[in-house]
Design a protein around this ligand. Structure first.
Ligand SMILES: [Zn+2]
Ligand SMILES: [Zn+2]
Length: 291
């Protein structure tokens, strides 16, 4: 609608504003008649609430000392420095960083037959059993894992028969993200609709809130509420947000984290007969009705 960042007054819903934008909120009744347009009706109660839109991400690094056996070839290619922080958010990486290398000696994994270990597919027999339903041929087929030899190059020393004991660090980088809309006062169907409206554009900067309490206007309750955005109460959603953020915790060092929290104001209107209407505005200021 506009290239300018919206003002908060463009985002606060009102019945008057909805009427001015010719918004219609009807639900067809089961018997085919249309219910009256709720926007034109007088509500019996009004709650000013706000949904919370949370986008958070944490990248953590867990470092553990490990002792491992490595071949000459693996030592040449192994990392010696701590890895860079992954640029992407949704990654899990595991890096072994070599710190101290002992002398190269006989590989303890293949002492019986230097450079070779028993094939794990055929167990050393060189043949694998096949189901007789496959045909009338021989029951034992040559093992594909070891080409019938029964052994494969030792995985520790890469077939060289020699390996070194290495003191290393196992470095695990792990990114976890959260993207959620919290509005515990809404039904699941209403929440889906709400989400579709607010996710259509990036959230406006003016809706940004912190985790601290803020009192900037009287909410619908008579007593002041701890979390209020221009009179729209979001205390209930804040409890869920805190729980979700606590769930992002974990062991290790935080390499990178970011969090964006937006309070999205809406009106919950009640009408005689128990009908309810949710009014909100999208990022361009257009009113939407959820019935
Ligand atoms: Zn085999
Ligand atoms: Zn070996």
């Amino acid at each position: 609608m506009s290239e300018h960042a919206p003002d908060v007054t463009d985002l606060l819903p009102s019945l008057e504003g909805a009427k001015a934008q010719h918004l219609v909120a009807r639900v067809p009744a089961y018997w085919g008649l249309l219910w009256p347009d709720l926007v034109q009706k007088r509500p019996v109660a009004e709650k000013r609430l706000a949904a919370l839109l949370l986008d958070a991400h944490v990248m953590r690094r867990v470092v553990r000392p490990v002792r491992a056996l490595m071949s000459q070839r693996d030592l040449e290619t192994a990392a010696r420095a701590m890895p860079e922080v992954p640029a992407q958010d949704d990654v899990e990486t595991l890096t072994t960083v070599v710190r101290e290398v002992g002398p190269l000696g006989q590989c303890p994994n293949c002492a019986m037959e230097p450079g070779l270990e028993t094939c794990s597919i055929c167990g050393g027999t060189g043949t694998v059993e096949v189901s007789s339903t496959l045909g009338s041929g021989p029951n034992g087929l040559r093992c594909m894992g070891c080409a019938g030899r029964g052994s494969v190059p030792c995985s520790t020393c890469r077939g060289t028969g020699r390996a070194a004991t290495v003191d290393a660090l196992s470095v695990a980088d792990h990114g976890v993200g959260l993207s959620h809309l919290y509005a515990p006062e809404l039904s699941l169907a209403a929440l889906d609709h709400f989400r579709a409206v607010v996710r259509a554009q990036p959230p406006p900067k003016v809706l940004e809130v912190g985790l601290e309490a803020r009192l900037d206007g009287a909410a619908y309750r008579s007593a002041p509420v701890p979390f209020s955005f221009h009179g729209h109460d979001y205390a209930a959603g804040m409890k869920l947000v805190r729980g979700a953020l606590a769930g992002l915790g974990g062991e290790g060092e935080v390499l990178r984290s970011r969090r964006a929290l937006h309070a999205w104001p809406y009106l919950q209107l009640s009408y005689p007969g128990g009908r309810k209407l949710v009014l909100l505005r999208d990022a361009t200021g257009r009113h939407h009705a959820i019935v």
